[in-house]
Every structure is written in structure tokens, then in C-alpha cells.
Write a new protein. Structure first.
Length: 190
């Protein structure tokens, strides 16, 4: 029953254009990132590119992401970057559901986005993210949104998050130990 549920969730994720496989299942053989020189796959086909610095997250520009001209609305890029960051953190054991249950949150405190070219409706792109630096409870992430072949750069961005106590609304002095341990995996890859 559990495997059946996992397979169903994978089918949904594939239909939404996601590449990350949280339960370790192999990506479809026709997945364009499987042929990408940056994509490093383990023996089960799990994307290990984050070990080299970048985590890949596939997105297809749907009609609801765009304006009437079929150009992706600027806020959609921010949503894609957050989705990529959430999956990136989940890949090292930081699940936002668990984070919230611990009374912790990671709000954005600084954001810088450079729009190089527009993504158009129907295009599939890769949102790449990596943790650039971590100082105390402050985490900096870099982003690139690119064509699948890596030849066209659409967006570059930097985001800074800070750990806060959700109940008191104050900045934490330190992150919960389980989260700190998981983030250590990312900082070692920097």
C-alpha cells in the first residue's frame, strides 16, 4: 500500500514537471536532465547534482504562470525558486512540515533577482539552487533558471533566509540540532 502511494505521488510530481525523486525512485528514461552533463545520478537514478553544488528542479510554464502574452509573470519565478529550495532542503532531511512542528520557520529577509530573458508558456526549464553560505541562523541561497540544455540563462537570484521562533516571532539564537546537522551536509558542499 505504501509503495502504491509513493508511486501515485511520483506520477503526480512527474506530471507537474518535477525532477527530484524524494523516495529515491529512478527518473523516467526520457528525462532530459538524465542526459545533462551536470546531472550526476546514483545507481538508483537519484539526482545527486546537489553534491556538486546545484540541486535541479524541473518546471513547465503553465498558462496560470503567465500573462496574456504567454510570458511568465515575475512572481511565478519566486514561487518556482521557493519550491526548488523546499525540495532541496527535503533532500538532506529538512522537511518544512517538521520544521513548523518544531516551532521554527525560515522567512526570506533579502531577495535579489536579475531577469535575463523571459520564460514563455509551455517551456520547460530547470531551476537550480544551492546554499551559498550559512552564518549562524542566516542562510544564503543562489538560483539559476536555465533552459534544459543549459544554453540559455533566464534568471539569476540570491535569497537570504533567517531562522525564527514561530511562536515568539523572534530570530533564533541557533537552529534546532536536527536541522543544523542536515544543513551541515549542504555547507560541506560549498
Amino acid at each position: 500500500m505504501t509503495n502504491q502511494l509513493n508511486l501515485s505521488s511520483q506520477a503526480v510530481k512527474r506530471s507537474q514537471g518535477l525532477h527530484f525523486e524524494p523516495d529515491g525512485m529512478s527518473p523516467e528514461p526520457h528525462d532530459p536532465l538524465e542526459r545533462s552533463p551536470e546531472a550526476q545520478l546514483d545507481r538508483r537514478g537519484t539526482n545527486l547534482s546537489w553534491l556538486a553544488g546545484w540541486f535541479h528542479y524541473l518546471v513547465r510554464a503553465q498558462p496560470h504562470h503567465t500573462d496574456y502574452a504567454g510570458v511568465v509573470w515575475h512572481g511565478s519565478y519566486l514561487t518556482w525558486m521557493e519550491e526548488a529550495r523546499v525540495e532541496y532542503l527535503r533532500s538532506v532531511g529538512v522537511d518544512f512540515t517538521d520544521l513548523v512542528a518544531m516551532g521554527c520557520d525560515l522567512p526570506v529577509v533579502d531577495l535579489s533577482v536579475k531577469y535575463h530573458r523571459p520564460v514563455l508558456m509551455g517551456m520547460q526549464v530547470v531551476v537550480k539552487t544551492r546554499m551559498a553560505a550559512k552564518t549562524g541562523v542566516r542562510m544564503n541561497f543562489d538560483y539559476q533558471i536555465e533552459a534544459l540544455d543549459g544554453q540559455t540563462l533566464y534568471i539569476t537570484a540570491q535569497v537570504t533566509l533567517v531562522g525564527i521562533d514561530r511562536i515568539q516571532g523572534k530570530i533564533l539564537r541557533r537552529l534546532p540540532p536536527a536541522i543544523e546537522t542536515a544543513l551541515l551536509k549542504l555547507s560541506e558542499a560549498i
